[in-house]
Design a binder for this molecule. Structure first.
Ligand code: PEP
Ligand code: MG
Length: 883
């Protein structure tokens, strides 16, 4: 096995593609060398050594030592120096470098090879004793910290004391002799703390540093980082050893970091910082304020410190040329590290730069337009989920945040407004032109209007698929749900947070992107949907196979979704149409009716309202498919809750309030989500389904007449478990279709299908497909019933599960592919076996989640349906899944 790969002087044994073996840093150093760029010569010890080291009780492979010795010779040949030889002094840096970047997780040692003797050689070689002693004391400090485990703060203290007693303020004011004094104190401190002297043998130093890098792979910081970022332990880290170049050799030396484009805006401008007469860690340490690299950036920042462009024009020009070249070579925005030693530029690192969602769009689009990458590559490079950041107002990253509570990031975007505790107050305030945040313990369907009136919604109970979360996402309103540390007291009209009391009218801000609740108003940034965003969307549409529909029932949502590019409605939840003023009364009459006759009378009032709702949706969708689901929720959700409501319905129905109360109590269920809902309602009260079917068909006929084109409605029966349930309801629908066709003299094409949202339905899909022309996977209920956990309550313990590593993700957010996904796969296969042209879609919340969408592509669904604001994300994710 080859354990060590060398690079230097225009040649390298590795390449950029060897990232798995050499780590990101090592692979890119090799690549830069091969490109002929100025890279200090060095070598990379592979990640396989790291794995072997741990596999063999923290020992190295036998051949490693000899390999390292000859690799050091290789550096020596290029530089004309020898490691450990004071007469031809060679100093090195030792850095870790994993496959995936793990910033700050593992450490670096610079100036390695210095000791009491070689420091004199460095002083003589450089002609700058002050520089030599400064480098030595830095080395003692870093090495003791990283390798020997002595906290660097003990050295900072010594240095601060010395500066104070010498009357200096800055490190740069210390003379050579004064640094020598500091070195003695440092070495004495090491002996005192560790009972052994600071190592003088360069070889011992080198192996100490190599061992420290490999050991750091298993330190707590690294383990935690890996867990948070899904990096497998088996990847290991590489170690990079390189000849030192010095940015601290006086005023013609410098060190810095830069991005080839602005990482927050994406603007095509070199963006970075440097320090004169400094080593790498000074830039990050923040002790001195770094300077701008370009003149333009300096002027924009209003800085009076000279730019690199002004100060070292030759090195600057060389750096500009190299950054252009690297960006073209890697075909991506690069994050660079460099050092200038006495006017000569050296490259120490290049890698793809991290960037904001906005910058990612701009960079990808510009690179595709320049022909540097293809349109498909541009599409593949955008993190689909990050589009959420762009579709809503967001909190200005520069704004200060006074966090008063924390909940789940249930619906993205940020909103500011006065606190109100009821939907009625929200509507009143809205009518007066005031902006409010609706604060509730939890919301119910009756709060829809309050939610519409509010800028954002905050609940103290409920998970990512609680009513508030689902409805808010559908409306595109920011929502923080389940903020358990906050206490709402409706009676007192207060919101309590860690000793602070907020009242109705007080201003708060919620950040639905991270779940924070903030005190007061906070500065916002507005979304930008044309330009780069539109370009990426167009390219994504050309690349995807699956259609993207929306879950919408109001004209507002449907129009919004159309403007986001939805290709039809995949789920119209008709129950949401029954909460409006007059409708809820008629609805309650219908539910509370004792006889079929009374029920039909109440339904007769609802029919024209439903018909006009559907007509409007058909018109907005202009010929695109519209899937309408029959009434689904347990009836008691519609019942009067207050005495006043009860009285109102009693009057309308001409019965006593007492009688009504009894009927209400009779409808109570212990597990309503497993209760009398879905198609079970249609089986018990077929007249409800018949009314809805009639409304759909009559609206379709009318829409077709107006547009001069056929509308093909898709009628969806919810919560089917038995094929007979579906057959029973379908027979009613078909009968209504026959009547409407006869009455209107118009032929109606329509599809009848079902939701697959119970495990039984998935398992019996081949039988159910005999009666269903389409399946729509209701993965909210399917997750709920497969796991046997409540979508409204599970958030409380799922978070604990996540923290304890039992689940990785909330299965209501990202589809549980192994379990729930398996049922989807089975049902899709069985459905197709019975009916090869069956239409397959998904309309649970997962229809807007990129990882779940990838799965939908893999099992061959025809479309995904999601809330309006997730339509662009789904378009992009569907394209990424297809290419
Ligand atoms: C589902 O269960 O996934 C679904 C879409 O229906 P609802 O969320 O309305 O129960
Ligand atoms: Mg459902």
């Amino acid at each position: 096995t080859k354990w060590v790969y060398t690079f230097g002087d225009g040649a390298a044994e590795g390449r950029a593609g060897d990232r798995n073996l050499l780590g990101g840093k090592g692979a890119n150093l090799a690549e830069m060398c091969s490109l002929g760029l100025p890279v200090p010569p060095g070598f990379t010890i592979t990640t396989e050594v790291c794995n072997a080291y741990y596999a063999n009780g923290r020992t190295y492979p036998g051949a490693l030592e000899a390999n390292v010795v000859s690799a050091l010779d290789h550096i020596g040949q290029i530089t004309g120096r020898r490691f450990g030889d004071p007469s031809k002094l060679l100093l090195v840096s030792v850095r870790s470098g994993a496959r995936a970047s793990m910033p700050g997780m593992m450490d670096t040692v610079l100036n390695l090879g210095l000791n009491d003797e070689t420091v004199e050689a460095l002083a003589a070689d450089s002609g700058d004793p002050r520089f030599a002693y400064d480098s030595y004391r830095r080395f003692i400090q870093m090495y003791s910290d990283v390798v020997m485990g002595l906290d660097h703060e003990v050295f900072e203290e010594i240095l601060e004391d010395e500066k104070a007693s010498l009357g200096h303020e800055l490190d740069t004011e210390l003379t050579a002799a004064e640094w020598q004094g500091v070195i003695s104190l440092y070495k004495a401190k090491v002996e005192e703390e560790l009972d052994k002297p600071f190592p003088q043998d360069p070889r011992e130093q080198l192996w100490g540093a190599i061992g420290a890098v490999f050991s750091s792979w298993m330190n707590n910081r690294a383990i935690t980082y890996r867990r948070l970022h899904d990096i497998p332990e088996s990847w290991g880290t590489a170690v990079n050893v390189q000849a030192m170049v010095f940015g601290n050799m006086g005023d013609t030396s410098a060190t810095g970091v830069a991005f080839t484009r602005n990482p927050s805006t994406g603007d095509r401008q070199l963006y970075g910082e440097f320090l004169v007469n400094a080593q790498g860690e000074d830039v990050v340490a923040g002790i001195r304020t770094p300077q701008n690299i370009t003149e333009a950036a300096r002027i924009a920042a209003g800085s009076d410190k000279p730019s690199l462009q002004k100060l070292m024009p030759d090195a600057f020009q060389a750096f500009v040329d190299i950054s252009d070249r690297l960006e073209k070579h890697y075909r991506d925005m690069q994050d660079l590290e460099f050092t200038i030693e006495r006017g000569k530029l050296w490259m120490l690192q290049t890698r793809s730069g991290k960037r904001t969602a906005k910058a990612a769009l701009k960079i990808a689009v510009e690179m595709a337009k320049d022909g540097l990458i293809t349109k498909e590559e541009a599409v593949a490079r955008i993190d689909a989920a990050s589009l959420d950041q762009l579709l809503h107002p967001t909190i200005d990253p520069k704004a200060a945040r006074d966090v008063i509570g924390m909940g789940l990031p249930a619906s993205p975007g940020a909103a500011t407004g006065e606190i109100v505790f009821s939907s009625a107050d929200a509507e009143d305030a809205r009518a007066q032109g005031r902006k409010v945040i609706l604060v509730r313990i939890e919301t119910s369907p009756e709060d829809i209007h309050g939610m519409h009136a509010a800028e954002g919604i905050l609940t103290t109970r409920g998970g990512m698929t609680s009513h508030a979360a689902v409805v808010a996402r559908g409306m595109g309103k920011p929502c923080v749900s389940g903020a358990g540390s906050l206490r709402v007291d409706y009676k007192a009209g207060t919101l309590l947070s860690m000793g602070q009391t907020f009242r109705k009218g007080d201003i708060i801000t919620i950040d639905g992107g991270n779940g924070q609740v903030l005190k007061g108003a906070v500065a916002m940034l507005q979304p930008e949907l044309s330009g780069d965003f539109a370009a990426i969307m167009e390219w994504a549409d050309a690349a995807r196979r699956m259609k993207v529909r929306t879950n919408a029932e109001t004209p507002l949502d449907a129009r919004m979704a159309r403007s986001f590019g939805a290709e039809g409605i995949g789920l119209c939840r008709t129950e949401h149409m029954f909460f409006d003023g007059a409708r809820i009364v008629a609805m309650r009459e219908m539910i509370l009716a004792d006889t079929e006759k009374d029920r039909r009378a109440a339904l007769g009032k609802l029919l024209p309202m439903q018909r006009s709702d559907f007509l409007e949706l058909f018109e907005i969708m202009a010929g695109l498919p519209v899937t309408i689901r029959l009434l689904d929720p347990p009836l008691h959700e519609f019942l009067p809750k207050t005495e006043a409501e009860l009285a109102e319905v009693a009057t309308a129905m001409n019965v006593s309030a007492d009688k009504l109360r009894q009927r209400t109590e009779a409808l109570h269920e212990f597990n309503p989500m497993l209760g009398h809902r879905g198609c079970r309602l249609a089986v018990s009260y077929p007249e409800i389904a018949e009314m809805q079917a009639r409304a759909i068909f009559e609206a379709a006929v009318e829409a077709g007449r107006k547009a001069g084109a056929l509308v093909v409605p898709e009628i969806m029966v919810p919560l089917v478990g038995l094929v007979k349930e579906l057959e029973y309801v379908k027979a009613r629908i078909d009968a209504v279709a026959q009547s409407v066709m006869q009455e209107t003299g118009t032929k109606i094409d329509y599809l009848t299908g079902t939701m697959i949202e119970l495990p039984r339905a998935a398992i019996r899909a081949h039988v159910i497909a005999e009666a269903a022309e389409f399946f729509s996977f209701g993965t909210n209920d399917l997750t709920q019933t497969t796991f046997g956990i409540s979508r409204d309550d599970a958030a409380s313990f799922l978070e604990t599960y996540r923290q304890k590593g039992i689940i990785e993700q909330d299965p209501f957010v990202s589809l549980d592919i192994d379990g729930v996904g398996e049922l989807v796969r089975i049902a899709a296969e069985k459905g197709k076996a019975t009916r090869p042209d069956i239409k397959l879609g998904i309309c649970g919340e997962h229809g807007g989640d990129p990882a779940s969408i990838r799965f939908c592509e893999a099992v061959g669904l025809d479309y995904v349906s999601c809330s309006p604001y997730r339509v662009p994300i789904a378009r992009l994710a569907a394209a990424q899944a297809a290419v």
